[in-house]
Ligand binder design. Sequence first.
Ligand code: UGA
Length: 439
Amino acid sequence: MNITVIGLGHVGLVHAAAMAAIGHDVIGIDSDRARIATLLNGEVPFHEPGLSEEVHRQRRAGRLEFTNDPHVAYSGSEVAFICVGTPALPNGKADLSAVEAAARELERSSAPGGLVVVEKSTVPPGTHELLRRLLRADMCVASNPEFLREGTAMTDTLNPDRIVVGTDEAFADAVMRDVYSTMTDSGTRYVATSVATAELAKHACNSFLATKISFINAIANLCDAVGADVSQVAGVMGSDPRIGPDFLEAGLGYGGFCFPKDVAALSETFYDHGIVEASLLLQQVQRINRGMIGHVIAKLTRYVGLLPGSRVAVLGLAFKPGTDDTRYSPAVSLARTLERRGARVSTWDPKVRNVEELHAKPYPDIYNACRGAKAIILATEWDDIHRMSFARLADVMDGTTIIDARNMLSDSERSRAAAAGLSVIGVGQGEEVPACAWI
Ligand code: UGA
């Protein structure tokens, strides 16, 4: 089939490559001319394992093209996936201006004759009504939410747990079943719903996962207060199949471009519909999440002392391992908060080259970042951290404290750290922190 993908960010570019990989002819369009030039030059503008290889493979096979020209992008297109950004406005609601602009362009530039326009970007329930108003009567609307995770985006997209397609039109339903027939033929579950259901299901998934993380982080804070161990509590909870073990890792909290904005947007949607208690629930989820930065800093001041002038090394800046994405990264918020409180902060990340909000660029080498540090905070669970030498670390540091803000070190790593004279303090492992931890 002829498919157009509008918006070539983390979701759009991966989706375009995946659609080509399952045999479709795909053309990607983006309003950012520099991004198209980069892609036409054979480069992928961000780090995502396997993506660059897949893009090259599909370009060589002649199934994947990029353009800035709407007429080229939409001529002959049967399905157009809208994958543009939907960032949070200052009031927490989703900014749909890029979705609107894409719909107007589709209305102007596409040929008549049954184009199926698909919302792939995460949008609030009801956005299909806006699209309906903006598109021509001969066009259909569907919602096909994306469940990929950064860092494993290519594998997630090519091997999804389920394909969710919401549409209220029989023609769009038939077309979308064709789009995914290769995957459904090999056994992937296809969930057909109304458009509103598909839109809401995506928000429900992200907010539920974020709630799970904030819940375990609240338990971690209680563990610190009462001398319990959050990893064991999470193990007990996770072994109940009704709860499940995933997304129960306590630490610095969730970040990235999806969870923070999606939780805020669903909270606003609840409020708009008068379901105030649920709006407040999600506000508390966000508060607990932000509070984890203060909780970790309180541990630091308790174990290392006052911050002004002290050198602190933050290891990891990406919002999670496997990506160079620092948008809404708790690691960056932590480093910025430490800077604001007067600490001299040095950072390291294997993929992130610069973060504008921070005073200094990250070091490409862990030991240089930790030189002279009173304390080190492990902020993103990169594998390189497991390979570091605690003896070398102890040599270059000026102090002896490692705050494991992601509970990533194993018991044997902790023993090796102890043998090198370093003490490791985790999150929710029974170390009491003062109540003023909340910021
Ligand atoms: C998330 C969802 O997991 C995807 O299903 C969804 O498609 C995507 O958002 C989206 O809406 O586009 P992603 O943002 O890539 O994917 O990252 P996750 O792997 O979900 O992690 C989000 C954050 O939660 C990270 O900062 C991670 O460190 C944190 N996290 C995750 C925890 O703090 N604890 C956990 O147990 C799990």
